[in-house]
Structure formats: C-alpha cells, structure tokens
Design a protein around this ligand. Sequence first.
Ligand code: FES
Length: 179
Amino acid sequence: MCSCDPPPEEPKVSIDWKHVLVKRSEFLKLVTTVCAGFIGFVIAIPCIGFAFEYFLVPRREDWIKVGPLADYEVGKTVDVVFTDTTGTPWDGVSAKRSAWLRRVNESRFEAFAVNCTHLGCPVRWEAGAELFLCPCHGGVYYGDGKVAGGPPPRPLHQYPTRIANGQVEIKVGPVLAEG
Ligand code: FES
C-alpha cells in the first residue's frame, strides 16, 4: 500500500431504532393493561374483605334492657324500641330497632322481630284478633309467631330473652332464631 492512498473508511454503525423502541400501539397496550390491572386490584380489595369479613370478624352479641318486669302484663304483646349496640359507631338512627315483646307467663317472654319472613315488611299486632298482620301481601301470624296464613314461608324470627335483676332483656346479635 502506498502512503499516498487515503485511509480506509471506518464502517458506519447505525442504531436500528425499530428494535430499541416498541411501537406506539404496543406501548398503549402495555399502559392500558397496567392501568386495568391496577384498577382491578383496587376494586378487588374491598370485595375480598367483604367476602371474608363474615369469617374473620368475630360476631358481637349483647343483652339489651327493655324495661322492668313489672311493666309487662302476662298474655299481652307490646312493641319495644331499643338500640342495637352490636353495630358500628356510625350506625346512627339505623341502630334503633323494635320488636314485639310478649309475656307468656310469670317468667317467660318471647320477642319477635318486626319483619315479615316473606319480604321483610313490618308486621303489626292486632290485639283483638290475637294475630300479627303483614300489610304487604296479607301474611298472618299467630300470637306465638307461627304462620297462620298467606305467603310467609317461616314463623317470625325471635330474639332470645331473659330476666336479669328484675329487668327484661333481649339479646341482640347478627343471627335471629326461627320461631
Ligand atoms: S312481606 Fe309480609 S306477606 Fe309479603
């Protein structure tokens, strides 16, 4: 090689940007997938919490005083209003409950939930007929809560009751017994 020859050209290095950057459509697909996954995750947290709450959060029960024993006459059914203390502090007025309380004899009471077992309408006590009547679809219950007629599938639900220190008490909690 003669010294007058021009130096050999350096090979050109060029970047193939097609392999370095993803296409715009692929980038948008990736962003959409990440966003959808994040939103799904955020929504799933309370749903999972709700599903497992029944098993993980211990049930609370409480005995609520509804008045002195002497206030109730044997054979009479009256409505009692009380505050359910087993709820949450922000329940407000929705913690107010009522029940039909019946003094069966000197030492025994029955407390019925006011909601009809058909679709939940409040039943009222007709003292003259000795029946609970549901205004929604004509459900009728006997004084002991058993179904007398109409569509209700089950007797009225009952709260456990007791007498303690001369006071009648109703047990509140999440599950009511079938009458
Ligand atoms: S809700 Fe009481 S009979 Fe239907």
